[in-house]
Design a protein around this ligand. Structure first.
Ligand SMILES: [Zn+2]
Length: 233
């Protein structure tokens, strides 16, 4: 067991982690990791995953995950592979940059995980999404100012601005959005209390990734219709 370090803003791990540091099996996880690494690369190109001095105080941002094995399992026990904490700025990614979240308890704010790195600070939110239903197998979290600012115009389900990311309250908020908004039909939500935070999900990595890029294109179209031109993309 290892206690996570305190890190500023996006890297803050706000749950208590029980972590097994043994490395992950290539044979078991390489195919899923390949899909996640590929879409993470697309998000890096879009500036939605990364690390920059000019953004969020220089802390790494964004993370991707994919559910392992068949559904259903018990809520809070549907293991998923997720990028490790503070990997947003890494130029090279391998299986060693991931971990498996085995169990989570949103009420107790606790996560059990395995792998060389501690899980992303957003793991609880990813877990809450996987608990919503079998149609969610991939969850991508990126930071996109264009999409975040267009959330209202695009009618994206948006979490309450008073709810901080990575908290049990955020997990509950994801459930509320799924019950009360168009999130049940859509695949993109904005995190009202997490600057530029967007979450996309789907049955496949393509569904989750394209939900994000399609929403981004709609945001650019909306900006053009408002301004009569589109600049500085
Ligand atoms: Zn974030």
């Amino acid at each position: 067991m290892k206690s996570p370090p305190d890190e500023p803003e996006d890297g803050v791990i706000k749950f208590s982690a029980t972590h097994d540091e043994r490395p992950l099996s290539e044979a078991r996880h390489a195919t899923l990791a390949a899909a996640l690494i590929a879409w993470r690369a697309v998000f890096v190109h879009l500036g939605a995953i990364g690390q920059a001095e000019s953004r969020y105080g220089g802390v790494g941002f964004g993370n991707v995950s994919g559910r392992i094995g068949p559904f259903p399992g018990a809520p809070g026990a549907r293991p998923f592979l997720i990028t490790g904490t503070q990997t947003g700025g890494r130029d090279c990614l391998s299986l060693g940059d991931f971990c498996v979240v085995e169990r989570w308890n949103t009420r107790r704010n606790a996560v059990e995980s395995r792998g060389a790195l501690l899980p992303s600070s957003e793991s609880m939110t990813h877990g809450a999404l996987y608990d919503l239903g079998p149609h969610i197998r991939f969850v991508f979290h990126g930071h996109c100012p264009t999409l975040w600012r267009a959330a209202r115009a695009l009618r994206l389900p948006t979490s309450d601005p008073s709810v901080a990311y990575g908290t049990p309250a955020m997990a509950a908020e994801v459930g509320r959005l799924h019950r009360e908004t168009a999130l049940a039909e859509g695949r993109v939500l904005a995190m009202g209390g997490h600057e530029d935070g967007i979450i996309a999900f789907g049955r496949t990595p393509e569904e989750a990734g394209s939900a994000f890029t399609e929403a981004l294109a709609r945001a650019y179209a909306a900006r053009f219709l408002t301004d009569g031109r589109l600049c500085r993309v």
